[in-house]
Design a protein. Structure first.
Length: 246
């Protein structure tokens, strides 16, 4: 930390809980079982050529992202600005480009083994960017940490931390879009569960001809349609900001 209290770096300090790896293992085992079933053609004798490669690549991408997010991502704060490195690339903002830094509640459905409060940087276009490892899993009190950072950054900014109505409106609309697509993902996952049950019934009866279309394409299409509709709906009725208040 420098004299002004600005030189800080946030990296992984705590290991992921065993329950997280247990759940991930169960998901992967189930995915491999489903992949093997698809590649064998099931009771109908139809061999699917696209399903196994798709699920195999998807599983690999999930594993790579988890590893990179834990060991490569970080947030660095200096008197010049903030650098956020994600799993693949880094981005830096000067303090004059930062509109606000807010601690927000994680999306519903996040388990107790994952952070419940995340920190985001907002620019003057209302865009939101995650600051890795600046959360309640790596810090005892991320809100106090962010409040201290904002106080220390004030002398390095040409603008104050006052909120502007035009930027707040863009932030709310962005929150509405994210909420719409989040519920679209939930809808797609629910449809995937239904399609898996349907595919199992079709396998038993020997009528399973297009497993990739049924298990992958139908949920993706339904989730995208639901997300688009909800994005339009909540775009006109933006949700309240989920930022944590003092």
């Amino acid at each position: 930390m420098d004299e002004g209290g600005m030189e800080r770096e946030y990296r992984k300090r705590r290991k992921l809980p065993r329950a997280y790896f247990g759940l991930l293992g169960l998901v992967l085992v189930n995915a491999f079982i489903q992949t093997a079933r698809l590649s064998g053609g099931g009771a109908g004798g139809h061999e699917d050529r696209w399903g196994p490669p798709f699920f195999g690549v998807l599983i690999l991408l999930v594993l790579v992202r988890v590893v990179l997010e834990q060991y490569r991502a970080y947030t660095r704060v200096t008197s010049a600005g903030i650098t956020a490195r994600g799993p693949l690339r880094a981005r830096t903002w000067e303090w004059s480009e930062v509109y606000d830094i807010r601690v927000e509640q994680a999306p519903r459905g996040s388990g107790r083994g994952t952070p419940q409060w995340l920190t985001y940087l907002y620019d003057y276009q209302g865009r939101r960017f995650l600051l890795p490892h600046l959360n309640d899993w790596q810090l005892d009190d991320p809100y106090a940490e962010v409040a201290e950072l904002c106080l220390a950054a004030a002398p390095h900014r040409s603008l104050t931390w006052e909120r502007r109505p035009d930027v707040e409106e863009r932030i709310l609309r962005g929150a509405g879009r994210r909420k719409g697509w989040l519920w679209g993902i939930y809808g797609g996952l629910a449809m995937a569960g239904v399609m898996i049950m349907v595919s199992m019934a079709l396998v038993i009866t020997g009528r399973m001809d297009q497993p990739f279309l049924l298990i992958v394409c139908v949920p993706l299409a339904s989730g995208a349609a639901l997300g688009a509709v909800l994005q339009w709906y909540w775009g006109a009725r933006p949700p309240r900001s989920p930022a944590r208040q003092p």
